[in-house]
Design a protein around this ligand. Structure first.
Ligand code: HEC
Length: 271
């Protein structure tokens, strides 16, 4: 035989072998079978597991899904068990969530009524914190001086957002929001600061609980009280020795200050 013929036979023979090898594989495709499919690379395809909501014979209540242990507080996506430095702020937040003190954390008394007073001692440092947070989170709408949009006084005087917004922003100097006013309880202001007012899509004010923890929120409430006090001063609050430096008192705004005392200046000689 010529080499050319031998070559042809070889090619044919090899082809035949390959075809014979492929036949059983190709022939099985799509056919139904009771046998488990062949898995050449199982890659952890098969593992024991329970489907959600499935029955279980293992647990006494027959459920595969277990309830969280009673009293569990969900916190974040991972359990905070680290004592490392980086975890400290998370652990502090967690401790705050776990604390059960309605006055401190919700601004209400044991009957669920809003507290009249701030439930923590007000310090100068607290007012500084409150001022910082108020200026960051509240001033855009309520104004640095707390006057809100205040169209009653002068539309141009209101806060940046307030004077351009169709929704009137509360003016904290309105007697309603002062201590003793209808909406003036410290606990109520605290609750509004954390939760906002209204529910989407009719929410008029967003809540700031994501940005202010409870201590910071009380600090903001204390600062609002300071702002309110600053608008309620009268000449009597000024030491007598300083009164002459004040000049003419500005026209009354929300409250009429008592008329300045006309003191007879000591003249010395005349009588
Ligand atoms: C995006 C603008 C905006 C910001 C920021 C904002 N407020 Fe307000 N706030 C409003 C508006 C608008 C109202 C009036 C809501 C109404 O009467 O429906 C309001 C009302 C209030 C009231 C009175 C609630 C009532 O019952 O009338 C309080 C108290 C208050 N805000 C506190 C705060 C504090 C504290 C902050 C900062 C942590 C803050 N707000 C930040 C827009 C804002």
């Amino acid at each position: 035989m010529s080499p050319r013929v031998i070559q042809t036979i070889r090619v044919l023979a090899l082809g035949g072998v390959a075809l014979a090898a492929a036949l059983p594989l190709g022939g099985c495709r799509g056919d139904r079978s009771d046998k488990p499919p062949r898995q050449f690379f199982p890659d952890m395809d098969n593992q024991p597991r329970w489907n959600p909501q499935a029955d279980s014979e293992f647990f006494a209540d027959g459920r595969t899904m277990r309830k969280p242990v009673e009293g569990t507080i969900p916190f974040g996506t991972t359990a905070m068990v680290s004592n490392a430095d980086w975890a400290a702020p998370f652990n502090a937040k967690r401790a705050e969530f776990l604390a059960a003190d309605a006055a401190l954390y919700e601004g209400v008394d044991e009957w669920g009524d809003f507290l009249e007073e701030i439930p923590v001692p007000v310090t100068a440092e607290m007012l500084r914190v409150g001022q910082g947070k108020f200026n960051i989170y509240c001033a855009v709408c309520h104004g640095y001086n707390g006057e809100g949009s205040n169209p009653a006084i002068d539309p141009e005087l209101g806060s940046m957002v307030g004077r351009r917004w169709s929704i009137p922003v509360a003016n904290f100097h309105d007697p309603r929001f002062r201590a003793g006013g209808e909406f003036g309880r410290a606990g109520y202001i605290y609750m509004i600061a954390r939760n906002g007012k209204g529910v989407l899509p009719n929410q008029t004010m967003p809540g700031y609980a994501h940005a202010l923890d409870s201590a910071e929120t009380w600090a903001v409430v204390a600062y609002i009280r300071a702002l309110q006090r600053s608008h309620q001063g009268s000449l009597i609050d000024v030491p007598e020795t300083e009164r002459s430096t004040l000049g003419t008192p500005p026209p009354p705004q929300t409250e009429t200050p008592p008329p300045p005392k006309t003191e007879t200046a000591p003249t010395g000689g005349e009588s």
